[in-house]
Design a protein around this ligand. Structure first.
Ligand SMILES: [Zn+2]
Length: 364
């Protein structure tokens, strides 16, 4: 008899997820079956749940996932991105997408923008295509998914965030260019903002200004290495941003007001990287003459590439205990209580709520 997987299906906005038990399908060539150990609820999962984003439904939400290998098909290379041999039982993280390099539109620097991307946690559940989201006991990794083995000692909750928030932050800093010796302004202090601040600290930024409208988030930013904080809700506190020569501006907030201020206050040859504005809102105003005379660079980033993913894994493996990352998973729930986890996340707006899976009764 085939083993069962359990997953929780999202059908329509603001409606509890429904539980489904299904036999685990036979794997196709090149696939890997993973026992999911932990999934964190990302902001985009919550946006979809609330109806602010639209996914093809029914779907299995959750893409910030870690798990252990249950089965590897012989057609898989059997190697992770660093050439380590993958074994059943290994704890792994993987890119949020599988991107086929044989596709005509494939560009190695932006594999995440390839046509026909297979994106975990964003797909319709069908009879033939399921087990692709994080709020489940199992997931099937498709060919062309970049995988990294993690140490078993790592916090599962922190590890789950690597393949979305941490990798995207790594991408933002790759695009921002040199950070060492620079004055950096990071706005929007959610998980991406906090990770970016910690990365800037490790990269040797001279000054790291964190800005947000939430004082509690600004206090967190200090714990992750911010040298200064600015409450954007109190305009009289903005002077620091205007006085300092800011070389790098990274926006994780998506707020047009914050982006306008950040770009406006960049110094000569400054660089802005915009990451947060992935929702519908008013247009952001830019003074083209200033952009020209100050020779600014403004770059957008959506998701991340393989280099960013690798940087993210290395950063978390090396530094997850050095900064209070574990405190960012403010509460965790067993998979059976996933609807309570979503309610908690929407009501209390933690940096992350976690969902863990108990495989103690599972044989594979
Ligand atoms: Zn995400």
């Amino acid at each position: 008899m085939k083993k069962l997987a359990t997953y929780y299906v999202f059908n329509t906005a603001k409606t509890p997820l429904t539980k489904v038990n299904k036999p685990i399908p036979s794997l196709k060539d090149g696939e890997i079956l993973v026992n999911i150990r932990y999934t964190t609820l990302c902001g985009s999962d919550l946006h979809t749940y609330c109806g602010l984003r639209h996914e093809p439904c029914p779907t299995i939400l959750g893409h910030e996932i870690v798990g252990t290998i249950a089965e590897i098909t012989p057609a898989h290379s059997g190697l992770d991105a660093q050439g380590n041999r993958l074994q059943v039982g290994d704890l792994i993280t993987w890119t949020v997408f599988s991107s086929d390099p044989n596709t005509l539109s494939y560009q190695p620097e932006i594999p995440q923008k390839n046509d026909n991307l297979y994106k975990y946690g964003h797909r319709q559940v069908t009879e033939k295509d399921n087990l692709h989201g994080g709020l489940a006991t199992h997931i099937i990794l498709r060919p062309h998914t970049c995988i990294r083995v993690l140490p078993h000692t790592i916090s599962l909750g922190v590890a789950a965030t690597i393949n979305c928030a941490v990798a995207t932050s790594a991408g933002a800093l790759r695009l921002a260019g040199t950070i060492s010796g620079k004055n950096v302004h990071v706005t929007g202090i959610g998980l991406l903002g906090l990770v970016t601040i910690a990365m800037c600290k490790e990269l040797g930024a001279t000054t790291i200004i964190a800005s947000d409208i939430n004082p509690a988030r600004l206090a967190m930013a200090k714990q992750f290495g911010a040298t200064h904080t600015v409450n954007l809700g109190e305009t009289e506190n903005n002077s620091l941003i205007h006085e300092l020569h800011i070389d790098r501006f990274i926006d994780m907030s998506g707020s047009p007001d914050a982006m306008e201020l950040g770009i406006e206050t960049l110094d000569l040859h400054g660089r802005a990287v915009l990451v947060g504005a992935v929702f519908n809102q008013r247009k952001t105003g830019i003074d083209a003459e200033k952009v020209i005379r100050k020779m600014l660079t403004i770059q957008g980033l959506h998701n991340y590439n393989y280099t960013d993913f690798s940087t993210a894994v290395d950063f978390i493996v090396d530094h997850w205990q050095q900064y209070p990352f574990t405190t960012l998973i403010e509460r965790e729930f067993p998979l059976a209580e996933v609807n309570a986890a979503i309610d908690y996340a929407l009501t209390h707006k933690p940096i992350r709520a976690g969902v863990y899976m108990d495989h103690s009764t599972t044989s594979r």
